[in-house]
Design a protein around this ligand. Structure first.
Ligand code: URA
Ligand code: SF4
Length: 209
């Protein structure tokens, strides 16, 4: 895969970046998805949240975190005292990767391959260059490994305020935590506890602002 690099214009204007991303063919994921789902939120945001990739509903809507995981994220942000309207929310990979349950059936999320995460990284770097956050939250391993390297383990470092050597534009403090989808996939009797853990990590991030 050629990667997104050749599609990324030299600009820090988020609207221009988003428009260019809609034509990205940096990896094969554009072929089956409906659209590129670029990040959303104010360019002035001090906090950036990075998820994995858009899901079924995000692919239809063209907006990140508007489906079930997004609703859970909204709840967690509210409990952590963070106004979603003031944060920039994006994903490590901008196209929905899925397989069909059956011909014409439901689209089931597939985890992006490392090569796809690397291919899409120039968009994420461009967004960070545009927004220049003080604090960056990685929701789950895909986001964390995109920015911190493939050997990073969320379980070992979640909720810590990290100052990685990695070349992340604006050199933000980084907090890694679990992905809201992991809470939804997990056992229902553990949801409240898992959600409390996500909220606690988001509070750490808010405290680093
Ligand atoms: N999961 C993600 O990682 N991102 C979204 O936008 C939606 C679900
Ligand atoms: Fe481009 Fe990323 Fe979509 Fe691949 S997933 S086509 S790199 S925007």
């Amino acid at each position: 895969q050629p990667g997104a690099g050749e599609f990324v214009p030299e600009t820090t204007d988020l609207a221009e970046l988003a428009a260019a991303a809609s034509g990205c063919r940096g990896c094969d994921l554009y072929r089956n998805a409906e659209r590129t789902v670029f990040g959303a939120g104010p360019a002035t945001a001090r906090l950036v949240l990075v998820g994995e990739q858009p899901g079924d509903q995000e692919d239809r809507a063209g907006e990140p975190f508007v489906g079930p995981a997004g609703r859970l994220l909204d709840r967690a942000l509210e409990e952590a005292g963070i106004d979603r309207g003031e944060v920039y929310v994006t994903n490590a990979v901008k196209h929905f990767k899925f397989e069909r349950a059956a011909a014409g059936g439901r689209r089931i999320h597939k985890k992006p391959a490392r090569g796809e995460v690397v291919a899409c990284r120039p968009w994420l770097v461009a967004e960070l260059q545009a927004v220049r956050p003080e604090v960056l939250v990685c929701l789950g391993a895909t986001a964390a490994q995109s920015l911190l390297g493939p050997s990073f383990r969320v379980t070992a470092h979640r909720g810590e305020i990290l100052h990685p050597d990695a070349e992340i534009p604006s050199d933000p403090a980084v907090v890694a935590t679990i992905h809201p989808s992991a809470i939804l996939r997990g056992p229902s009797e553990q949801r409240e506890e898992a959600l409390a853990g996500l909220v606690a990590d988001l509070r750490v991030a808010a405290g680093a602002l």
